[in-house]
Design a protein around this ligand. Structure first.
Ligand code: GLA
Length: 458
């Protein structure tokens, strides 16, 4: 499976309303017919939040919502991008001079990340041009990975235009790396599941080396996604990168405390691997080595024996240079305990005890609590929404994705679903103050969907 490439499927476009609409819009925009179409799905992370960039396994599934791109290669060396959503303006550039401006959160930059990743992988300086029309139905800035789906879709578009071949794993790794051109130091979860997902199963995604294993979810329960309607664009603020840096610093301090060579340590998982101990033992080491009071940059420099200048230039990312407070103890506690919860979740799914839905729900609740208290990546609306979901029948509910807004995911016994949906809708979306934008409201049951693929018109 590891070497498998994304599928290429022949379809009757006329039988697929979304493809047909895209084909017609493409024709009126560019005056020609697309040569092929690519889709890449968004995802919901069931458990394992903010631990992929620390080297730990996560447990997402692809959702049905995706990014779909209609493509026509052209001979002009010009890249023309258009979006079916009028909120996203047309963009065009020379395909040989791709510039990604990190300072501006522009939609087309995500496309450019995917394109640049493939271009660099093959060491190409000359790319053929193309016309692309993009259609996405993943709610943006909602923790369901709309941006990574666009990066992955653009990567597969570029690969297909070049007529080259790469495995799903290679594509996922290239796209995870190239999305960092946007400026966020994400892990590889979103891109991995977008390529490696398979219908009907969630996946345990492990890193270094990247691999995906099926996790069969309980048949008696449904996973429900609910949007808090608080938008969180992780590229527009430094919250996300601050967490990545806190974990990196915690890893270095833990390694130093244990007399390991710390300067090349970047991830909390590396410390555990070097010590050869369990996650539970890592929690004890964290208790001994780190203190709950926040660290300031001077104390970190003292602990590591480095200068402020070295801290800034050799460890911190550009957008975290001026951070004055680092909560290393809390972040490390979250990461090691969340990594353990992922493994417990998978084990319960495999063993399928009678009270499995309840046990999985408890792990999801613990995950939310840790995100809230230790990782501080929740917000009042998300906390309120998980409370409402639990009150109306969810066995467990938690924020999903980066947090600070976006969606929750809840595990709901299948027989309670209709009442759950009606009650949550009433309690959260029909609030008396009418403060929630109707177009962002979404509450839906989801099933594990398939991964990225190419469609050719039959
Ligand atoms: C974002 C990142 C992922 C992951 C999650 C948090 O989606 O892109 O790599 O870190 O946040 O779990």
């Amino acid at each position: 499976m590891a070497a498998e490439s994304p599928a290429m499927r022949r379809v009757q476009v006329a039988e697929h309303p979304r493809l047909l609409k895209l084909k017609e819009m493409f024709n009126s925009k560019f005056g020609s017919i697309p040569k092929f179409y690519v889709r890449a799905p968004g995802r919901v992370n069931i458990i394992g939040e903010h631990i992929d960039y620390c080297g730990y396994s996560v447990l997402p599934m692809a959702i049905e919502q995706d990014v779909l791109i209609a493509v026509e290669p052209v001979k002009t060396y010009t890249l023309q991008l258009a979006n079916t959503n009028p909120l996203y303006p047309d963009f065009s550039t020379s395909a040989n001079n791709i510039q990604i401006d990190k300072t501006k959160a522009l939609w087309h930059n995500y496309f450019l990340c995917g394109l640049k990743g493939i271009q660099e992988h093959f060491g190409l300086s000359n790319l053929t041009g193309m016309n692309c029309l993009i259609d996405g139905n993943i709610p943006p800035s909602s923790g369901l990975s709309s941006s990574s789906a666009l990066v992955c879709c653009a990567g597969l578009v570029t690969l297909t235009v070049l007529g080259r071949n790469l495995s799903k794993v290679e594509l996922a790794e290239i796209c995870a790396k190239s999305e960092r051109y946007i400026g966020t130091e994400g892990g590889g979860m979103d891109q991995s599941i977008s390529f490696l997902a398979e219908e009907g199963t969630a996946k345990l995604i492990e890193f270094s080396p990247l691999r995906a294993t099926d996790v069969k979810l309980p048949s008696g329960a449904v996973f429900v996604i609910a949007n808090s309607c608080v938008e969180m664009n992780k590229a527009a603020t430094s919250h996300f990168n601050i967490r990545v840096m806190e974990c990196r610093l915690a890893a270095k301090l833990l390694a130093k405390y244990k007399n390991l060579q710390w300067d090349n340590v970047l991830r909390l998982e590396e410390v555990q691997a070097k010590l050869g101990i369990s996650l539970e033992e890592m929690l004890l080491v964290t208790e001994d080595a780190l203190h709950p009071e926040p660290y300031n940059p001077e104390e970190i420099c003292r602990c590591l024996g480095i200068s402020l200048e070295e801290l800034r230039t050799q460890i911190l990312s550009p957008n975290t240079q001026d951070v004055l407070i680092f909560k290393l103890y809390q972040r490390a506690k979250h990461v090691y305990s969340e990594a353990a919860r992922v493994l417990q979740f998978k084990k319960i799914c495999e063993e399928a005890p009678e009270n499995m839905v309840q046990l999985l729900g408890e792990l999801m609740n613990q995950s939310h609590m840790s995100c809230q208290d230790m990782y501080e990546c929740s917000c009042p609306e998300l906390d309120q929404l998980v409370d409402i979901c639990r009150k109306f029948g969810a066995q467990g509910s938690r924020l999903t994705g980066a947090g600070w807004g976006g969606c929750t995911v809840s595990i709901v016994p299948a027989d309670k679903l209709p009442g759950f949906l009606a009650n949550v809708h009433k309690a959260y979306y029909q609030r008396s103050d009418g403060s929630l934008a109707p177009e962002k409201q979404s509450l839906f049951a989801t099933k594990p969907g398939g991964g990225a693929l190419v469609f050719l018109e039959a």
